[in-house]
Ligand binder design. Structure first.
Ligand code: NG1
Length: 438
């Protein structure tokens, strides 16, 4: 296993904290040859000239989405996760302004344009408005750098929205990097991971820190073992013949009122369950999951959970502690290239999310079953669930057949053949966010 530098939130200010990414972080040169879909980039470039006019000093920020391989709904409990960034991303083409106005134009006509003024207390747009992700980043940057200038930006994305692939955090990260770079300010990736996780709560979701960390810290060809408190990231190489397929359930994973309420209810149930377990073990009420797992092994904790009167709390607790164990085992399986073990852990993770954590839905379950019946080594929902995507593990040899089967038995009649690439695709483990300067 390849070890990365040091706990990220202990890096001195001004240092990136990820040595492998400091090098070549800002590439100079006229060509925009990022590994993003060229059609999105060319539309962004075309509209940039039309919308912004004077393009002096332009630069491009690309921020990837992510697929979480394993470790679901445990980052907000302070427990380690194993995501990878994917080769689908949000692209911002940016020109710095002299004043404090931020003007962002989305090439997708469903989203349109947004304008606001920078300050350290930016009023949110109505809940659900996509511009709030840009505002969230801007407010956080302004709090650290009160004089940061505004910008004009055109945004394009080949990352499906509301798919559990973290397009929202990609937009937050891209916006923050754009503002910092436009202001000529230093970029401390390690520090930004935690800052932007906190900043994204501006939109009203009290989420964990996985998405911003992987978006900023990923390295191509690897997954990242991310730990919290203190934040630290180790990269683990993904074997060249493994293939991860992302497949959409076609059910939007929107952070609408109901999904948001479920997410918050689960975080509260986790807190309550840990408190009850601590009481049974005569530990301080505030003993969190990392401390419980440091003192007791998983089976001991499960035995204690068996004493809880509230069976629902016991099931939530069981998901959290068994998922933490699966992450540890998955990291070892990845490092030793144990394909079957890794796949079994993914499938067990899905069962736990479906039965104990209750964040799956019939479409996600059908997709997982279909994938497994057609030769997948493992499959699970990825992201917050209640819709969105599954992630499937296969090999170079097995993936084509598996994808054909999903097309025939799940997508036929629901998705036009020409749109299939947008809903199911091989996800290539990609680098974290980049800036390409003019
Ligand atoms: P998505 O899939 O982007 O909704 C959310 C949280 C993660 C994590 C997962 C569940 C945010 C920005 N994202 O991800 O931190 O808790 O759910 O594992 O809060």
């Amino acid at each position: 296993m390849e070890r990365a530098a040091q706990p990220l939130d202990r890096c001195p200010p001004g240092r990136d904290g990820l040595n492998h990414l400091v090098l070549g972080y800002t590439q100079t040169g006229p060509a925009v040859t990022d590994p993003i879909r060229s059609s999105t980039v060319s539309t962004v470039r075309r509209q940039f000239t039309d919308v912004v006019g004077d393009t002096t000093g332009w630069f491009v920020v690309r921020a990837p989405g992510r697929a979480n391989l394993i470790g679901e709904h445990i980052d907000y409990n302070g427990l380690a996760v194993l995501p990878m960034a994917i080769d689908r991303s949000i692209t911002l083409m940016v020109r710095p302004r002299q004043d404090r106005t931020v003007r962002v134009h989305n090439i997708d006509p469903r989203f349109g344009s947004r304008t606001f003024e920078l300050s350290d207390a930016i009023t949110p747009a109505p809940q659900g408005d996509w511009g709030n992700y840009v505002r969230a980043a801007a407010q956080a940057v302004c709090r650290d750098h009160p004089d940061v200038p505004g910008l004009d930006a055109v945004i394009g994305s080949d990352l499906p929205a509301a798919a559990g692939l973290s397009s929202s955090s990609a937009l937050v990260v891209a916006s923050a990097l754009a503002l910092l770079h436009a202001g000529g300010l230093p970029i401390d990736r390690g520090g930004l991971m935690g800052r932007l996780a906190a900043a994204e709560r501006y939109v009203g979701l009290r989420g964990g820190g996985m998405d911003q960390a992987i978006c900023l810290g990923a390295r191509a060809g690897t997954a990242a073992h991310i730990r919290f408190d203190p934040l630290a990231l180790d990269t683990v190489g993904i074997p060249a013949d493994w293939r991860f397929v992302v497949a959409s359930s076609l059910v939007p994973a929107r952070k609408s009122a109901e999904a948001r309420a479920v997410y918050h209810r689960r975080t509260e149930e986790c807190r309550q369950a840990a408190k009850e377990i601590a009481r049974l073990l005569e530990l301080p009420a505030a003993t969190g999951y990392p401390a419980l797992l440091a003192r007791f092994d998983t089976d001991e904790l499960l035995a204690v959970a068996g004493e809880l009167r509230d069976h629902q709390l016991a099931r939530r607790f069981r998901h959290v502690v068994t998922e933490a164990r699966r992450v540890d085992r998955a990291v070892s399986a990845l490092a030793t290239k144990s394909l079957d073990t890794f796949g079994d852990l993914m499938t067990a993770s899905h069962a736990s999310l479906r039965d104990d954590y209750q964040v799956s839905c019939p479409e996600l379950d059908s997709l997982v079953d279909l994938a497994r019946e057609s030769g997948a080594v493992g499959a699970r929902l990825t992201g917050a669930g209640l819709g969105g995507c599954i992630i499937v593990l296969g090999t170079v040899e097995t993936v084509p057949v598996m994808v054909q089967r999903l097309d025939r038995d799940f997508y036929r009649g629901r998705v036009a053949i020409t749109d299939l690439d947008a809903v199911r695709f091989v996800a290539v483990p990609a680098d974290g966010a980049t800036i390409t300067a003019s």
